[in-house]
Design a protein around this ligand. Sequence first.
Ligand code: HL5
Ligand code: SIN
Ligand code: MN
Length: 271
Amino acid sequence: MRLSKEQIDRYQEDGFLLVESALDGREVQRLREAFRRDCDVPGPQRVVEDDSDEVRAVYASHHRQPEFAGLLRDPRILEPVRQLLVDEVYVYQFKINAKPAFGGERWSWHQDYVAWRIADALPAPHQVTVGVFLDDVDEFNGPVIFVPGSHRAGLLREDRREGTAKSDQHLDPDDIALTPRQLSALVSEHGMVSPKGPAGSVVFFSPEIVHGSALNMSPFDRRLLLVTYNDAANLPSWPGEPRPEYVVCQDTTPLRTLGAPFLDTLEGAAL
Ligand code: HL5
Ligand code: SIN
Ligand code: MN
């Protein structure tokens, strides 16, 4: 899949771009099964909600489940990323936010690049994140809300909240949340948009765009897979120990695109 010039222009203008139904139902089914398996793997990569033992997020599933390892090299995902960013990219971070029915909590308003600058001294915001809808997303199950154009507002916060961090390793958006005053100003200028669509839809977004999402009180899960690609010439320059491999991938070898959709490649390999 190649993006048109119009789609690229829209991404540059708005800071995000939705492509509906990029993956089909069978593919989504396989990704859900892989996620279910991965939720049973104990370890620090599995993050639970504050007030329950429901899974909030799982990191680095592509290291354990071949479906995800394939998906991130799928031409429908990796080719657009190269068009939007640069030819040589690798996966910086991979996570799945579970947001289950009747309990998935909110994700506070934030800019992703703020986290990566603080935690990894990532030199520049040369990333693209791809969100893959593992469920139908509507206004009820806690869609991600973007402030279109806010990726051009610069870095809106430089530090993380002291003393109340949920984890030593990953940052929760709560740790770098923007203030109500900042949000009000941005939203009065730009408004808000929440891309919705069937499972298998894909949203590309900028590391600087302001985004967040409300809790899910609907009877429908909203599992969202998020792959962040980084420019291979923009490596973290943190002077100390890097964060663990599950939060920030250390393999910075530029990725090669698969010649076919990921399931074909997976099934071909199994023959
Ligand atoms: N959890 C990420 C990290 O790198 C940061 C968040 O949505 C991305 C803010 O620790
Ligand atoms: C969410 O899952 O709603 C939050 C996504 C993100 O912060 O990237
Ligand atoms: Mn985010």
